[in-house]
Design a protein around this ligand. Structure first.
Ligand code: ADP
Length: 473
C-alpha cells in the first residue's frame, strides 16, 4: 500500500475515533447536566409539595384528631391540580395507596425504600416516556405518609437522541471533508519520496547526472540534499572508473603499437641477415638497427617499470637544499657542448625524495634538449613562491600545439612520433614525471607557444629556514 494511503487511512481512523469519542462525551455531558437540572427541579417540587401538604393539613378543621384518608385524598387532588402535568401518589403508613394521579405508572419499589428523613429519586421508563420519580415522608397530624411525584423528562432524553443524530451527521461530513484535505496533504508530504524514488530509478538505469528536485527544507529536503550529494560522489567515482578503464585500454593499445615498431624492424633485419650473404657494411648496418631498436625496447621496458613502481611507491620525503638539484643538473649537462644552459635559482629548502625529483628534472631538461635545435638555450629556474618552491625548465624549441598539451603526460603519447623515436623517445618520460609529482602532492604545469618554445614547471612544499640568505647564481 502506498505511504500516502497509509497516512490517509491512519488519519481517518484517528479522526473518526476523536470525533466519535469527543462527540459522545460532549452530547452526554449536556444530557447529564440537563438531567441533573430536571432531577433538582423534581426534588425541589417534592419538597414544596410536602411543605404544601403539611401546611394544608394544619389548616384542616380540628374535628378529627387524626387526619382522615378522604381529607388526604382531597389535599392530594388540590396539590395535583395546582401545577400543570403534576402527578403524585400518597400512601399511608402501611404503604397502601390513599391518592394517586391518573397516569402515575411507577411501580412501588421506590416506595418500599423510603424511610423517615430520606428523600429518594429514580429515573424510570415505564412506557415510551422517561420520568423522574421522587419519594419523601410526610408528617401530618400524627400520621406518617409517603408522597411520591413523577416528572416527565422525556424531552431531555429526546434532546440526547437528537444530539447524537446531529453529531453523527456532522461527524460524517467533517470526516469526508478532512479526508479529502488529508488526501492532498499526504500526497504533498510524500512528494519528496516520489521524487527520490524517480531519481533512484534513473540512477539504476544509468543516468548518474540526474538530480532530485529539493521541494522542502525539512528532514525530507535534507534527505534529498544528501541523496544528491551521494549521487554526485557516485557520478564522480563512476566517471573516474570509466576514465581509468579507458586510459588502461589506451595504454594497452599504445603499448602494443610501441612494441610492434621496433619488433618489426628487428625481425626484418634479422631475416635479412640470416637469408642473404651481405657485404660487410650492410651487415654492420643491419646489426646496428637490431642493436638500436633492441636498446629502445630495453629503455622502454625500464621506463615502464619505473612508472609501475612509482604508482605503488610511498615516498620518503626529506628536507633538501634546492642547490643539490641545480648542481646535479649542471654536472650532468656541463659536457654537452651542442646546447647552451642557464641555471638561476633562489636558495632554500624543499621537502622531497631527492632521487625522484632528480629524475623529473632530468626528463624535463632532456625533453627541452630534444625539442631544441643544436646551440639553442635551455633555462632552468628555481624560485620561492607563496604556494611553495617553483622549479621550471624553459626551452626555445618547437613548442607544443595547444590541443596536444593535455595529452603529452599520458603514457606513449608523442606529439611528433618519428622525431621522438629518432631521439630514442617512447612517450613515457612525462608520464613518469606526473606519477612522481603526484607522490609529492604536486603536478606538472605546461606553458607553450608553437614555434617559440615551452616551459614545464612544478611546485614542491617549501621548508622554512631561519637566517636564509637569498642567493643568485
Ligand atoms: P619522450 O620519451 O618521447 O620524450 P615524454 O613523455 O617525455 O616522452 O614526452 C612526450 C611527448 O611530449 C614528446 O614525444 C614530445 O613530443 C612532447 N614534448 C615533451 N617535452 C617537450 C618540449 N619541451 N617541447 C616540445 N615537445 C615536448
Amino acid at each position: 500500500m502506498k505511504i500516502s494511503y497509509k497516512i490517509l487511512l491512519c488519519s481517518i481512523m484517528i479522526m473518526a475515533a476523536a470525533f466519535g469519542f469527543g462527540g459522545y462525551f460532549f452530547v452526554n455531558f449536556v444530557f447529564e447536566t440537563s438531567l441533573e437540572r430536571e432531577i433538582g427541579q423534581a426534588m425541589d417540587e417534592s419538597s414544596i409539595l410536602r411543605f404544601a401538604f403539611e401546611t394544608a393539613a394544619l389548616n384542616v378543621p380540628s374535628k378529627y384528631v387524626v387526619l382522615q384518608d378522604n381529607t388526604i385524598g382531597e389535599i392530594g387532588s388540590k396539590l395535583e391540580n395546582s401545577g400543570e402535568g403534576r402527578m403524585l401518589r400518597i400512601s399511608d403508613e402501611s404503604r397502601g395507596v390513599l391518592y394517586v394521579s391518573e397516569g402515575f405508572a411507577a411501580g412501588t419499589d421506590l416506595l418500599q425504600g423510603i424511610e423517615a428523613q430520606t428523600r429518594l429519586y429514580q429515573v424510570i421508563h415505564p412506557d415510551d416516556r422517561y420520568y423522574v420519580q421522587t419519594g419523601t415522608v410526610l408528617n401530618a397530624m400524627d400520621r406518617l405518609l409517603y408522597l411520591e411525584t413523577m416528572k416527565d423528562v422525556t424531552g431531555v432524553f429526546e434532546e440526547r437522541r437528537q444530539g447524537f443524530s446531529v453529531y453523527r451527521r456532522v461527524t460524517l461530513i467533517m470526516l469526508g471533508c478532512s479526508s479529502v484535505a488529508m488526501l492532498f496533504i499526504s500526497f504533498w508530504i510524500t512528494r519528496p519520496i516520489r521524487i527520490l524514488t524517480k531519481a533512484a530509478r534513473k540512477m539504476t538505469e544509468g543516468d548518474y547526472s540526474y538530480r532530485a528536485e529539493q521541494v522542502s527544507r525539512d528532514e525530507m529536503g535534507q534527505l534529498t540534499c544528501d541523496f544528491n550529494t551521494m549521487s554526485g560522489a557516485l557520478e564522480t567515482n563512476i566517471r573516474e572508473l570509466e576514465n581509468e578503464v579507458r586510459a588502461r585500454e589506451d595504454f594497452i593499445a599504445a603499448f602494443s603499437h610501441e612494441l610492434k615498431t621496433p619488433l618489426t624492424a628487428i625481425i626484418g633485419y634479422a631475416d635479412l641477415l640470416r637469408s642473404r650473404k651481405l657485404d660487410e657494411e650492410k651487415q654492420f648496418l643491419s646489426s646496428n638497427y637490431i642493436y638500436t631498436e633492441g636498446k629502445r625496447l630495453e629503455a622502454m621496458s625500464l621506463r615502464l617499470l619505473d612508472i609501475i613502481v612509482a604508482k605503488r611507491y610511498e615516498i620518503d620525503a626529506q628536507r633538501t637544499e634546492v642547490g643539490l638539484f641545480f648542481d646535479y643538473l649542471r654536472d650532468m649537462y656541463v659536457e654537452r657542448e651542442d646546447m647552451k644552459f642557464s641555471c638561476e635559482y633562489q636558495g632554500g629548502f624543499v621537502r622531497a625524495e631527492v632521487d625522484l625529483i632528480k629524475t623529473v628534472l632530468l626528463n624535463l631538461v632532456d625533453n627541452a634538449c630534444k625539442a631544441s635545435e643544436p646551440g639553442q638555450l635551455v633555462e632552468i629556474f628555481g624560485e620561492r613562491r607563496e604556494q611553495g618552491y617553483l622549479f621550471s625548465v624553459r626551452d626555445y624549441g618547437t613548442g607544443i600545439p595547444e590541443e596536444e598539451r593535455r595529452k603529452i603526460t599520458e603514457a606513449f603519447y608523442m606529439v611528433d612520433k618519428s622525431r621522438s623515436r629518432s631521439k630514442n623517445g617512447a612517450g613515457l618520460g612525462l608520464a613518469l614525471c606526473t606519477e612522481i609529482l603526484k607522490l609529492h602532492g604536486s603536478e606538472l604545469s605546461i606553458e607553450s607557444t608553437l614555434g617559440e618554445g615551452s616551459s614545464f614547471s612544478f611546485l614542491l612544499p617549501y621548508e622554512e629556514e631561519n637566517n636564509l640568505e637569498e642567493e643568485g647564481h
